[in-house]
Each structure stands twice: as C-alpha cells, then as structure tokens.
Design a binder for this molecule. Structure first.
Ligand code: MD6
Ligand code: FE
Length: 218
C-alpha cells in the first residue's frame, strides 16, 4: 500500500507511506524538514554522552557505535542488555531527549496510527561503512504496547525485517536519509537488522549512517 499525505511542516513535500507489515510503515522523507534541528540537537547530546563501542553478552564488540538520551539509555555489556538511568561512561544521567526529536517521534507515530506516543528512551547508532546490526528483537522494554520510531540519517542502509524466530524469512527494505520507520502492535517483536553499510559519502553526514530509535522503555 502506498499513499500520499502532506506533512504540516513542509506543505511542498509529500510523505509517501509504505506499509510493509500489518503495523509497520516507512514514512519516506518524513524527517527531512527536521534534519537541521536534529543535527544541532544531536551535537549537544553527543557532547555529553559520546558514541562508544559496546560489548555483547557473547563477548563480541558491536560494529555500530552507540549512545542514548532520555530517562533511560540502552547499554550492553558482558552482563547483558539493559536500560539504565545513568550513562556508565560519565556516571551521570543521560541527556534529555531534545524537543525536536520528541515532536518528530510523536508526529510520525500518529501518522502511522499510534496516537499519544511519549518516548522515554532514545538510542542513537552510528554506522561507518561495513558496520551492521545482526538480526535481533527489541525486547528490553518493559511493555510492548508503544511503537518504536526509527529515523535514518546519512548513508543508505538495507534493513531486514523478519518474523518471530531468527530463522524466519526476511523482507529487505532500503532506508534513506530522512526516512522514518514506525512499527508496533502485532509486529512489535519481529526480528530485524541492518546489512553492512556500503562505502560512500553523504553530503551532510559524510561516511556514516546515523539511526535514532525512540521507545517507551520504562
Ligand atoms: C537501525 N534499527 O536502523 C537499527 N529497532 O540502524 C533497529 O534496530 C530498530 O530501526 C526497532 C525498530 C526500528 C529499528
Ligand atoms: Fe532494533
């Protein structure tokens, strides 16, 4: 299914909505009117809580670098995955979620049929060419009633979207700068991942892809 809507913040720019599962949507270019505000806000967040490589419980180093903002931030270590109110690097609370991100997430969620989305956790991933995210489920959140809103910036990525078992077949979707993925409901616990990022240079972000996911974790 594909339909055209007009985004309030940029009446010139139609948002194409692609439904790729019952409650999973790509909003093409939805974040474009917010990009400048997002990059300014990200700079402030990353100054307080910089990107870092994390260890998986299995002892591997994740190829994407991560940071967080919000009341809860996502951490991974040999002990496991968990949300924490404190950034283990600084020993301080994570920076607040910037208002521009809250507004964008709320608006994107509503566009995809999820009203009243108020995230308390925001995970920021930075991928250099070659970095990837293996198939995983997002299941460290306390409840699965809220959707996840995922913003792609910079280099394109091939997103994999599977079933409820790791070995289930996957769909592949290209995600581009400014695209927003929203999914939840019956699709909330599907396996998904990112194939290795292809080398390239993005005009605004250079040799990287940034992904921002907003969640209700607590
Ligand atoms: C990424 N995203 O796009 C990784 N998880 O770099 C995720 O793992 C993800 O995009 C849940 C919902 C949307 C996502
Ligand atoms: Fe995920």
């Amino acid at each position: 299914m594909s339909l055209d809507l007009f985004d309030e913040d940029d009446l010139q720019q139609p948002t194409r909505i692609e439904q790729f599962s019952t409650q999973a949507f790509v909003l093409r270019g939805f974040a474009l009117p917010w990009v400048e505000a997002l990059l300014t806000a990200l700079e402030r967040v990353l100054h307080e809580s910089p990107f870092r490589h994390m260890q998986t419980p299995g002892g591997f180093t994740m190829s994407a670098r991560l940071s967080s903002c919000g009341a809860l931030g996502w951490t991974s270590s040999a002990q496991g995955y968990r949300y924490s109110p404190v950034d283990p690097l600084s020993g301080m609370p994570w920076p607040a979620i910037p208002q521009a991100l809250l507004d964008l997430a709320h608006s994107a969620a509503a566009t995809a049929g999820f009203e009243h989305f108020v995230p308390d956790a925001c995970l920021i991933n930075a991928y250099a060419p070659g970095a990837k995210m293996s198939l995983h489920q997002d299941k460290n959140e306390r409840a699965y009633t809220a959707p996840i809103v995922s913003i792609s910036l910079g280099l394109p990525a091939m997103f994999q979207f599977g079933g409820f078992e790791r070995s289930d077949p996957v769909q592949r979707l290209s995600l581009f700068h400014g695209d927003v993925v929203v999914w939840g409901g019956v699709d909330r616990l599907r396996y998904h991942g990112i194939l290795p990022i292809k080398p390239g240079t993005h005009s605004l972000l250079g040799e990287q892809r940034i992904n921002i996911t907003l969640r209700k974790a607590g």
